[in-house]
Design a protein around this ligand. Structure first.
Ligand code: KIV
Ligand code: ZN
Length: 536
């Protein structure tokens, strides 16, 4: 008879996070290596089992970023550190070079299994692809004890052929078999049936871990992933906030909370520390510049907001009337009116500690200064406000240029004008004024005159963090370089004054761009920047 321990082990779903690989492939979501490292630290603290840290063969920078994560985060107690490689010898060798420093390294290699990919993209017959898969898994296995193999576009492939490919990979030593619905084509019933078929019909299939990897083109990624797990898969490949190619990947937070909330149905478990979900979601949104929609399941701003009278009435009578999860279980605090301008340093420190922030004395001092600044202008500081302030302080980019002051004149009469004072990297202060179509445009014009880093604004979004007329405004922007590489950078700023929040967000994105590109850039005409000093 099966013991409880055995059952417990069998029902463990390994969470394979691919935010830094598939997620980073989202249009415009590129991350620099410091940001990747920071996200990887948070993923390890969240309790993911495997971090897919990147695609080392893509560029020397990608290889270095994966290697650094393997060195710093891939400790014996930490997660498995995985890199992606095509079924190409040089990819596999580079991947090994990158993941090797980890205590638990993994090579993840893949090849397409659908006729449409083999014929039009790779010009390979089924036999050739199968042979290539076999040889490359053998090569990967000669380097690394932990090898995962994926059949790309499995969702549109002949199931029997996928089983043959997987059998060859298992024979060569792959221990995790991943079945991607690369183009998000399948339905939950079909995908679940496919996983059950493969487990049953693949020689050696009962001795390996089957993994699910779904894309959201038809909005079914989470449902498909759960159907695959229900059918026997025990690894879910997911990303924070569901970011990824096109419509994205399966969202980590959705799968984990569905498993937790519907324990009785799925009878599965994960090692995820769910109270950290909200924080890591915010971090990834800030770094990638990809804003989370308010109605997004689990981590959207409205996920626990009850607006309709009948719902509020029910909630007040009994929490479970309209709430299937406690907000605290995903790190959303229920407390509303927390602190104000008379709150002392101790109360502030305790509240931050309760929200999960362990600060050094210097960080606390800086945080308290920011808090007082906001409290002077906003009566009640909620947990959401505090989290926004902390996100800016702890997760913001290195401050190359700092916003010291902003003065805006706008309205229906006259030209919107902004005067901006920034502190430059060498400590000098620079003042410029700008005119624009509105106050934000005028502010950005003034900042551009000082920073002189040509870029294009791709996205600008504003949201109120909390309700009320004095709500903190949160602005997220995405910009790209104009140097022909079109690298994109995200920035995020929060302030009770929405124009100040917009200035902070733009500066954050510019600072990221300056750090990554290593300079203040040239004007479009090729002239270097003229920075006007105060008093010039
Ligand atoms: O979607 C996909 O097929 C992938 C593979 C490379 C695993 O991301
Ligand atoms: Zn994918």
């Amino acid at each position: 008879m099966e013991s409880d321990v055995q059952r417990q082990a069998e029902n463990h779903v390994r969470i394979f996070d691919t935010t830094l690989r598939d997620g980073e492939q989202s249009p415009g979501a590129s991350l620099n290596s410091a940001e990747k490292l920071e996200i990887a630290h948070h993923l390890a603290a969240l309790g993911v089992d495997i971090i897919e840290a990147g695609f080392p063969a893509a560029s020397p920078d990608d290889l270095a970023a994966v290697r650094r994560i393997a060195q710093e985060i891939g400790t014996a107690e930490g997660p498995v550190i995985c890199g992606l490689a095509r079924c190409v010898p040089s990819d596999i060798e580079k991947c090994w070079e990158a993941v090797q420093p980890a205590a638990k390294p993994r090579i993840h290699t893949f090849i397409s299994s659908s006729d449409i990919h083999l014929k039009y993209q790779f010009n390979l017959t089924r036999e050739q692809a199968l042979e290539r898969a076999r040889e490359m898994v053998r090569l990967a296995r000669s380097l690394c004890a932990d090898v995962e193999f994926s059949t790309m576009d499995a969702g549109r492939s002949d199931w029997n052929y996928v089983a043959q490919m997987c059998a060859a990979a298992i024979e060569e030593g792959a221990t995790t078999l991943n079945i991607p619905d690369t183009v998000g084509y399948m339905t939950p019933t079909e995908y679940g049936a496919m996983i059950a078929y493969l487990i049953e019909h693949t020689p050696g299939g009962k001795d390996v871990i089957w993994s699910v990897h779904c894309h959201d083109d038809l909005g079914m990624a989470t449902a498909n992933t759960l159907a695959g797990l229900h059918a026997g898969a025990r690894q879910a490949e997911v990303t924070i906030n569901g970011i990824g190619e096109r419509a994205g990947n399966t969202a980590l937070e959705e799968v984990v909370m569905a498993i937790n909330t519907r324990q009785g149905y799925y009878k599965l478990w994960t090692g995820i520390q769910t109270p950290q979900l909200s924080r890591i979601s915010r971090l990834v949104a800030n770094y990638t510049g990809m804003v989370v929609q308010p109605n997004k399941a689990i981590i959207g701003a409205n996920a626990f907001a009850h607006e309709a009278g009948i719902h509020q009435d029910g909630q007040l009578k009994h929490q479970e009337t309209y709430e299937i999860m406690r907000p605290e279980s995903v790190g959303v605090s229920e407390s509303r009116l927390v602190l104000g301008k008379h709150s002392g340093r101790h109360a502030f420190k305790v509240r931050l500690r309760d929200l999960g922030y362990q600060l050094t004395d210097a960080e606390l001092q800086e945080a308290f200064k920011r808090f007082k600044d906001v409290a002077d202008r906003k009566k009640h500081i909620t947990d959401a406000d505090l989290q926004a302030l902390m996100a800016h302080q702890l997760e913001g980019p290195k401050e190359v240029f700092k916003l010291k002051a902003l003065q805006v004149t706008c309205g229906q009469v006259g030209m919107p004008t902004a005067t901006v004072r920034l502190e430059a990297p060498d400590g000098t202060e620079c003042i410029e004024a700008g005119i624009g179509t509105g106050p934000v445009d005028a502010t950005y014009t003034a900042i551009n005159k000082i920073v002189n880093a040509p870029n294009k604004l791709l996205e600008f979004s504003v949201r109120a963090i909390t309700e009320g007329i004095d709500a903190m405004g949160e602005v997220t922007v995405r910009i790209c370089t104009l140097d022909g590489e079109y690298q994109t950078f995200g920035g995020h700023g929060a302030d009770p004054d929405i124009v100040v929040a917009a200035a902070k967000a733009y500066l954050a994105a510019l600072n990221r761009m300056l750090v990554a590109t290593g300079g203040a850039g040239e004007t479009p005409e090729g002239e270097s920047a003229t920075i006007r000093m105060v008093g010039d």
